[in-house]
Structures are given as C-alpha cells and as structure tokens.
Design a protein around this ligand. Structure first.
Ligand code: SAJ
Length: 422
C-alpha cells in the first residue's frame, strides 16, 4: 500500500519507518522544513532506541521519503501533537490543519487514520466536517478511523509490535481496513470498536495512571506525618493480587499523563471531580518538593545554601524534559532566590538554568543533592565521591533511587520523599 503519514515526531517517524520496513511505500510529511531535511539526510531530530538504523534501511530501500507537502496515497495517517492550552482545553489546531492539508489529495477508496490522542468526539466533530469537504461519501468512498498510539518513549519499536491496539472506525469497513493495515507489523491483539470509544479508551488509560499516581502521592504526604515509609507500605499493599498502586514522586511530567486527563475534564467539568483533583494533587508535588528542600536546609541551620538538582528529564533514562516536574522545582528555586545547579547525564546540551555537564561542578560547594529522576546512573553513585567536594552533606531522594542506609553510613543526612522513617 502507499501511505502518507502527516507529522514526523515521536510517534509519526517511528510509525512511518515501521510501515516502510514492512514493505509499504511511505511518504512522511512534516510542516517543519528543517525536520524534513534532517530526516532526508538520515539524521534524527528525536532520540529513540533502534530508530537510526531503521530509518537508514527505510530510506536506502527507497520505501520512505519525507517532504513538507502531502501527496496522493491509499492511506493517510495523522500523528500530530494535541497539546493543551493555558486554559487546560485541547488545542486541536494541528489535528485540524493536518486534516485540511490532506483533503485536496483524497480520492475514492482512501482510508484516513488519526493516531494522535484527542478528546472523545474529535473524529466525529472536528475531522469529519473537514473531510466532507472532499466531496467523497463517508463510509462509501472515504473511510476514517482512530487508532491511538500507545507506545512508551524508549521502547517504541518493541511496543509498536507487541502491544494490543485499539481500532475505532466510523463504520465497520473503516475498522476492518485499519486492522488489516496494522496487521502488517502488530503481533498483539487488535480490538475493534467505534471512533469515539477508541478516543475515550486512550484518554482513560492515561487518566487511570494520573489518578493512580495522585493516590500514591497522597499516601506519601500522609506517610510523612505518621511515621510510615510510603514506599514500603505501597510495596506491601501491592502484594495483594488485586492491588496495583503506582509510586510517588516530585510530580507528573511528559506530554501525555499530565495532559490527557484534561481532555475529559474539558468535556464534562462538573462530572470529572476526581480527575481534576488528581491533576491538582500531582501539580502540587513540585511545590511540596521545593518546600521540603527549604525545610531540610533550615532544620540543618544552613544559610545561603547551594542546592544541586540531579535529574531534569521527566522520567528515568530518557532525554525529554517536556513538562518535567524538575522544571517547576527549578522555577521555585529561582522565585525563592535559592542558589542552585542542575545536572542530568541524559541531557547532553544545556537546556535549563545553571545546568552543567559535569557532575563535579554541580556538586562543588553544594549543601544538598536532590534526586528528581531515577536514572540508572544515579543508582550506582559512590557516596564517598559525591561527598568529597560538598560543603554540607544532605541528600533528598524524591524517587527512591538510592540505598539511603548506605549514604547515611557514609556520613550524609538523608531524607526520602514520602517516608517519615528516614
Ligand atoms: N510517574 C510517577 N509514578 C509512577 C509512574 C510514573 O510519578 O508510578 C511519573 C513519571 O515520573 C513521569 C510521569 O509520571 O513524570 C509520566 O510517566 P509514564 O511512564 O507514566 O508515561 P509516559 O508519558 O512516558 O507514557 C504514557 C504511557 N501510558 C501509559 O502507561 C498508560 C504510554 O504507553 C503512552 O503511549 C503515552 O503515555 C502516550 O503517548 O499517551
């Protein structure tokens, strides 16, 4: 089949490459000329394990090319961002303009698939009116579906193949055609439904995670007051066969979990009480983290402190700092006039304030090290090395990344988020 994939970001590019190496003729489109030029030179503008070599293969076999304008194809896949605006409502401008951009190229028999995560009813209420402008009859000449991406950054190529996939068509034939297409590489089950249910299912998945994490964060805050280690208590509770509580931390980042719950809240604000409350709970965690840093410094009589913030990305072992709780902690440090440095072994360019590429520089004269991300590199840090250039020796672990007993034995004053035992 010939495919035209609109949006060559974290989802669109790996998906394009995946279809190409499975024998389809793929034309990738992105409005960003620089991105298109890089990809055409087989260079990456995003980091994803296994992408580089697959992109080379796809281009070398002549099955993948990129440009800034769509062309005619059998299937159109839309994988563009769907962020939220400042007022916490969905910005569907990219979805709308991507849909508009393909209308002139549509012909009878075409299939249009939306992969971006969107508020339920977007296919029906936003895309269908635009696609109708083609003059093609929906369900007869033009087929449309939603098949939300579900992959986790860093494991995209495994998950594209192994994960179950939801396919929701505007009619049965649309669902059927979409399923047959993804069967070219999906080994998981493909579940068929309607477009709006597919949209709802995807948003629910990420909202479930946000609500669960908010619950874990609330348990952490309660544990701080009652002499309990929430990490241990949650672990014990999870030994129950029907309990699966997530873990606390300095907040929820990324462009999915912290965003998608708003897609439900936006539609029915009066009915989404728990969802909104959980968003607020998670958004407050960076503030709690900053308060705790100040408290620890004050309790230890440290004046004019220097704070070393370790971990800038929004989660472990990736280079993506979008919506990261660390950014909010940094903001609070600035607001409160506290001197700090930032360090992240996964972020190779300096992208935030006072960032250094050298751990020694970050630690030099520092009074406290705050761990905000559970990168593997942090797990193996040697307390003796960390200690050698610090001024005071405080550790605040917000992700349960360190063996704090070991650090205590090495002479550190230690504190773990959500744990009043240490
Ligand atoms: N976090 C916690 N505690 C936890 C788990 C995560 O505080 O127990 C935090 C992380 O530190 C991070 C944030 O939540 O800041 C989000 O991380 P994540 O690993 O939950 O999610 P993402 O954004 O990398 O990817 C999610 C995935 N969705 C689900 O697991 C249901 C992925 O499968 C989706 O494809 C992706 O969202 C998406 O694009 O929607």
């Amino acid at each position: 089949k010939s495919l035209c994939v609109v949006g060559l970001g974290y989802i669109g590019l790996p998906t394009s490459v995946m279809f190409a190496i499975n024998g389809h003729q793929v034309h990738g489109v992105d409005v960003n000329r620089q991105v298109v030029e890089m990809i055409s030179r087989k260079q990456l503008h995003i980091e994803e394990s296994g992408l580089s070599e697959r992109l080379k293969d796809a281009i070398d076999t002549g099955l993948f090319k990129a440009s800034i304008e769509p062309t005619e194809a059998d299937v159109f896949i839309i994988a563009v961002p769907s962020p939220i605006k400042a007022d916490k409502t969905a910005n569907l401008e990219y979805v709308r303009s991507a849909t508009e951009s393909i209308v002139p190229f549509l012909k009878p028999g075409n299939l249009v698939i939306l992969e971006s995560t969107v508020p339920p009813r977007t296919v029906e209420d936003v895309m269908i009116p635009v696609l109708s402008e083609s003059g093609l009859e929906l369900g007869e000449e033009l087929f449309v579906s939603h098949s939300p991406e579900r992959v986790i950054p860093g494991r995209v190529f495994q998950e594209l193949v192994d994960n179950d996939r939801i396919v929701g068509g505007i009619d049965e034939q649309s669902s059927q055609m979409t399923m047959e297409l993804y069967q070219s590489f999906v080994r998981g089950n493909i579940h068929l439904t309607d477009a709006t249910t597919a949209e709802m299912a995807k948003v629910i998945e990420n909202t479930y995670r946000d609500v669960n994490i908010a619950f874990a964060n609330e348990l952490a805050l309660i544990s701080e007051k009652i002499g309990v280690n929430s990490w241990e208590a949650i672990k014990l509770a999870n030994y129950h066969p029907r309990v699966n509580i997530h873990t606390p931390g300095p907040g929820v980042g990324g462009h999915c979990i912290a965003v998608d719950p708003w897609f439900l809240a936006e539609i029915e604000p009066d009915l989404s009480n728990i969802i909104q409350l959980c968003r607020h709970t998670n958004d407050q965690m960076p503030v709690f983290t900053a308060d705790k840093i100040e408290e620890l410094l004050k309790d230890n009589f440290i004046r004019d402190p220097k704070v070393a913030l370790f971990g800038i990305s929004f989660k472990a072992n990736i280079d993506d700092q979008r919506e990261s709780p660390s950014l909010k902690v940094i903001e609070k440090m600035v607001e409160r006039g506290i001197d700090f440095t930032t360090f992240d072994p996964h972020i190779k360019e300096n992208v935030v304030l006072n960032q250094t590429q050298h751990m020694e520089t970050a630690l030099s004269e520092a009074d406290i090290v705050v761990f905000l991300t559970d990168h593997d590199e942090f797990k193996t840090l040697d307390p003796e090395v960390v200690k050698s250039t610090m001024n005071n020796k405080l550790i605040f672990d917000t992700k349960n990344v360190l063996n704090l007993d070991e650090w205590k034995n090495a002479g550190f004053i230690v504190k773990r988020l959500g744990d009043s035992k240490i």
